[in-house]
Structures are given as structure tokens and as C-alpha cells.
Design a protein around this ligand. Structure first.
Ligand code: ADP
Ligand code: MG
Length: 232
């Protein structure tokens, strides 16, 4: 189903998914590299955090856990001979991600669940960077491979209550992706080659999973919001 409403209506859908908060809800956002997953997740979390349901802990009731944190470190990729394919499905710790989602679902009232985060400046994952407090009733998690039909990744989709798919204009997505690689240190030529040769096959894998999403979210839903996903 393609979502045809406004950003406010999309945020309302996420809020409704969380229900009365008796159990913790996990919402996934999938999409190709550069399609706007992180931007959408940040915008949703910022919008919902600013307006908590009655009785919920402000700033804690909604959390953002990126799949990107489960990138294998370069030291491991070199050992595996996969450094040149960083970003492909087998360069992530899929089982570790699924296990973390399982811990989040377990919803232990005594435990803050710590997740890793991908540091773009280092291009490395950093453990213990994202804390999900027991008060978090809605967790938004986002990444390329949430809907991959692969034995390693199926437990991820199984752990999620709903998965949305970020659709985006292809030329715009490619432009943003090259710009991001350049921003974080690649030359324009290297960035363009990387997007074609490394990100390209990954994008095809992700695009093939859109049909499994509960909702397809067009990029223009974020029109009017700034690039960081904050209200403009
Ligand atoms: N709807 C949008 N409008 C304008 N810029 C956007 C939008 N969505 C994403 N961007 C920009 O595109 C780039 C990639 O977005 P990002 O959310 O990081 O994608 P992803 O997490 O899917 O890789 C970022 O520089 C972001 O600021
Ligand atoms: Mg991202």
C-alpha cells in the first residue's frame, strides 16, 4: 500500500501502532541506501517525542535504533576479505541485530538496552552508543535489509510489528548518495564508482523487498521538513 497522506498523518499512524504502550512496539523503516530512512526516522522520533501520550516519559517513550550500527568493523571485514563490499548484506552482523530486536521486544522493565551506532566520521560501528530506556514504548529501527528474504535476515522482519519502505526519486537518491560519500572523504570519482559498483547491487537487493512492506512511503511526505528531519 502506498501512503498518500501528510507527515502528520504518518506520525499518527506510528503513534497508533504503539497502542496503549502495554507492550513495546517495534516499527521498521527499510529502503535503498540514500532513500531517506534515517531522515524519516529522525523526523518521526522528533515529532513523537515532542508530544508524548498521557503518562509517557517525555524524551524517552520513543527511541531510534539504526541497523547501521551492526556494520562489521573494518578489521573484521579485512579478515573476511569483504572490505571492498562494505554495505552488502553479509558485511553486517544480522544475527546480532535480530538478537538486539529480541531483547527490545522482551521489554524488561529493569534494563536499558544498549545498541551500537555507525560513526560516519570513522566509518566504523561504535558499541554502546544508543541507549533504549525501559520507558521506550515505540522503537523506530531503520536500515537497508530489514525485509530481505534470506535466512540470516528473516528473524529481523519477524521481530518487527510493521515495516515501512522509503520510496524516493532514483536520480535524487543517487545524487544524495554520491554527495554523502564525498562529504565523508571519498573523491567525487571514487564516490561515483562506489555508488555504481558497491551500492548498486545492494540497492537492487533492497528494491526487490519493497513488496513485503506494510506501507510504502513516498519521499515527498517529508517535503517541508528540513534535511535533518526537523520541522522547518
Ligand atoms: N525528503 C528529503 N528531502 C531532502 N533531503 C533529504 C530527504 N530525505 C533524505 N534527504 C537527504 O538525503 C541524504 C540521504 O538521506 P538519509 O536519510 O541519510 O538516507 P538513508 O538513511 O536511507 O541512507 C541525506 O543527506 C539527507 O539529508
Ligand atoms: Mg541512514
Amino acid at each position: 500500500m502506498i501512503f498518500a497522506g501528510t507527515f502528520a498523518e504518518l506520525a499518527a499512524r506510528a503513534r497508533a501502532l504503539a497502542g496503549d504502550g502495554t507492550s513495546r512496539t517495534l516499527l521498521g523503516i527499510a529502503g535503498a541506501p540514500g532513500s531517506g530512512k534515517t531522515t524519516l526516522a529522525r523526523a518521526l522520533v522528533a515529532c513523537l517525542a515532542a508530544d508524548p501520550p498521557p503518562g509517557a516519559a517525555p524524551g524517552q517513550w520513543v527511541a531510534h535504533v539504526p541497523m547501521d550500527g551492526f556494520h562489521l568493523a573494518d578489521v573484521a571485514l579485512r579478515r573476511l576479505g569483504r572490505a571492498g563490499r562494505k554495505g552488502a548484506p553479509d558485511t553486517f552482523d544480522a544475527a546480532g541485530y535480530a538478537a538486539l530486536l529480541g531483547r527490545l521486544r522482551a521489554d524488561d522493565a529493569e534494563v536499558t538496552v544498549w545498541a551500537p551506532q555507525f560513526e560516519r566520521d570513522l566509518e566504523q560501528p561504535l558499541a554502546g552508543a544508543v541507549g533504549v530506556a525501559p520507558a521506550a514504548r515505540l522503537v523506530v529501527t531503520e536500515g537497508n535489509y530489514l525485509l530481505l528474504d534470506d535466512p540470516a535476515w528473516r528473524p529481523v522482519a519477524d521481530a518487527l510489528d510493521e515495516v515501512w519502505f522509503c520510496a524516493s526519486d532514483e536520480r535524487e537518491r543517487l545524487r544524495r548518495l554520491v554527495a554523502r560519500h564525498v562529504e565523508f572523504g571519498k573523491s567525487p570519482a571514487h564516490a561515483a564508482a562506489w555508488v555504481r559498483d558497491v551500492d548498486g547491487p545492494n540497492t537492487d537487493l533492497v528494491a526487490a523487498t519493497a513488496g513485503r512492506a506494510d506501507l510504502v512511503v513516498p519521499g515527498d511526505v517529508l517535503a517541508g521538513l528540513g534535511p535533518a528531519g526537523q520541522s522547518a
